[in-house]
Design a protein around this ligand. Structure first.
Ligand SMILES: [Ca+2]
Length: 592
């Protein structure tokens, strides 16, 4: 939907004219983002630092976003809306909020982010973190406002949610506090209004515990309200992915995800128990209509007890069975395969959260915005605990009924979006040094067996968790043989590596926690031609059988050509004798 050709109204500024500015295609946007690991945070922020040292005046670059060190969890727990917004914002405050708004994915074809200030309205460019003048319309409410095109409510909700968390994070920083409220009544565009004013401050006080006794069906452990992550660093590398490791979530992970999405805080607006998301008029449109589908079945999330009273708090799940939908016949508990069949483009994931609205709320802007709020929180919380998320919105009517049929969700609860959640497939860049001074470039291309074990494993006898048969390439920058191991779940591993004629190296206690972790597995010791884990007379026998043979001759045996230069000679003998009586595995010192 294009922006209206509107003019300034009595209620607030319009964004006249056709939409302008850059649009990123969803595909390329996320292909780029998937490549960014946590390592890229430093590079990203350093880039901003170098390019945007100058403070913005009215257009141009914004300052580098401030890193507050406040955790995702404490910001979620502390969030609340203030409705009377005043004060004057500086560019640093606007920078942090807009940067957060622009970091998050969108499910439609485009998204433009505008900011209305007391001076003018600007179009924000997330790729360069800068402002372009758009119109002379000014905000008539608060210090500034983020404005999104109407009709893109789910995507707007995601962006607004992360933007306002970015403002909450400033509550404990070198900047003055920034309060917020999603507004829009009387406006033709969705807007999130900010004020610079006093706030309650951050709190890690947990307001809710499961009403179900521990260990019983429906019980959820207490969510964490603190962590050592930093909201801005998590935002810098959001795990928005469409490929997951099919490992089921723990109950602690499920508890944390559900609480982040729609859990209670200790804020009490209008006598109602506040949540991690804002809700227009404290209506809480998704009450009792958030469902979780995992290996054990389908569950409804309850944040109220008893019933739906909005003044109450709870944190539990209730299993949905065939009777809840008024349908005959019991379906198998695990609905995930049926969901994948029912919804086009739904990734295979170990866990789905289905965001529904009651029939009477369907199509209402504020209800739809709220589904985006929930999705945004789930994405940032999942990232903070090393999980990834994916959104599927704009469901067709066929997909909606298909979801209801697959899960036994009541027909009065209309699915609006599905959030897929699971461990992210991480990648390890493996590098080893190869022996042999005369090794030609082609000799750096060798087969490499790489195995990942649970820490403390007997790596010669235990079964690995992952096993890769890779081929190396020569890295000209490091003079190492390198290769990539893909699809690893985050965790701590003992990693082994060996090639056709080398002993096995092992490096223990390696933490795979970023989307691309570099692992230096040391120098592989040459000479184990027989691959019996020791370098001895058996290996010498193979070498002596083809002594002085070149690769064009029939007696040449590649297993004796340790430096891969096409000739079995003294260079190979020296390598064998240098490593004489060596035994696998060779322990490589822990990574620094
Ligand atoms: Ca050789």
């Amino acid at each position: 939907m294009a922006l209206d050709n509107g003019k300034r109204t009595e209620n607030g500024p319009e964004l006249p004219g056709a939409r302008i500015g850059s649009r990123m295609r969803v595909d390329s946007f996320w292909r780029i983002n998937q490549m960014k690991g946590r390592i890229a945070i430093i590079a990203t922020l350093a880039f901003y630092s170098m390019v945007f040292q100058a403070m913005a005046t009215d257009t141009g670059p914004l300052p580098l976003p401030l890193i507050t060190r406040n955790s995702v969890e404490v910001c979620l727990n502390s969030r609340y809306s203030q409705h009377s917004l005043v004060g004057t914002a500086n560019t640093q405050q606007i920078s942090n909020v807009l940067w957060a708004a622009g970091r998050v994915p969108f499910t439609g074809t485009h998204r433009d982010i505008y900011v209305a200030t007391p001076t003018a309205t600007y179009l924000y460019d997330p790729s360069s973190h800068s402002l372009n003048w758009y119109s002379n319309d000014v905000t008539d409410d608060g210090a500034f406002a983020i404005v999104h095109e109407s009709g893109l409510d789910f995507d707007t909700g995601i962006s607004f949610m992360l933007a306002l968390l970015g403002s909450v994070s400033l509550w404990q920083s070198s900047e003055s506090a920034v309060a917020s409220c999603p507004k829009g009544i009387g406006y033709t565009k969705a807007r999130l209004v900010f004020g610079v004013q006093s706030v309650r401050g951050l709190t890690d006080e947990l307001a809710v515990h499961s009403s179900v006794p521990e260990g019983e069906s429906g019980w959820l452990p207490d969510p964490c309200t603190t962590s050592d992550n930093s909201l801005e660093e998590v935002l810098a590398s959001l795990n928005y992915v469409s490929s997951f490791i099919q490992t089921n979530l723990t109950l602690a992970q499920i508890s944390q995800i559900l609480w982040s999405g729609y859990g209670c805080t200790d804020h009490t607006p209008s006598g109602k128990a506040g949540l991690t998301v804002p809700s227009a008029w404290a209506n809480y449109y998704l009450t009792r209509s958030i469902y979780l589908a995992n290996e054990n079945g389908v569950f409804r999330y309850h944040n109220r007890n008893p019933g739906t009273s909005l003044s109450t708090r709870d944190h539990r799940i209730e299993q949905i069975d065939s009777s809840s939908a008024g349908r005959g016949g019991k379906r198998p508990a695990d609905s995930r395969g049926r969901l994948q069949s029912a919804v086009s483009g739904l990734p295979e994931a170990p866990c789905y959260i289905i965001l529904c609205l009651g029939s009477s709320y369907v199509g209402q802007e504020y209800a739809l915005l709220e589904t985006g709020f929930v999705a945004g929180n789930v994405l940032i919380q999942a990232t903070a605990i090393d999980l990834g998320s994916h959104f599927k919105a704009a469901l067709t009517s066929g997909e909606r009924t298909g979801i209801q049929g697959a899960t036994n969700i009541p027909s009065s609860h209309v699915p609006q979006a599905i959030v897929s959640i699971g461990p992210v497939e991480f990648q390890a860049s493996i590098s080893v040094a190869l022996q042999g001074e005369g090794r030609p470039d082609a000799g750096w291309v060798v087969p490499l067996a790489v195995k990942f074990f649970t820490p403390g494993a007997d790596v010669l006898n235990n079964s690995p968790i992952y096993e890769f048969k890779l081929t190396t390439a020569k890295s000209s920058s490091t003079n190492m043989a390198v290769c990539e191991a893909m699809g690893i779940a985050p965790g701590t591993y003992d990693i082994t590596v060996f090639s056709e004629t080398t002993l096995m190296n092992v490096k223990r206690g390696l933490v795979i926690s970023a989307t691309n972790t570099s692992v230096d597995l040391g120098a592989l010791l040459e000479g184990d031609a027989t691959q019996d884990s020791t370098i001895n007379l058996n290996d010498y026998a193979i070498l002596s059988m083809c002594w002085l043979a070149s690769e064009s001759q029939a007696e040449y045996d590649v297993r004796a050509d340790l430096d891969r230069d096409g000739l079995v000679n003294t260079a190979d003998l020296f390598l064998l004798t240098a490593n004489w009586l060596g035994i696998s595995p060779v322990e490589v010192p822990p990574q620094q």
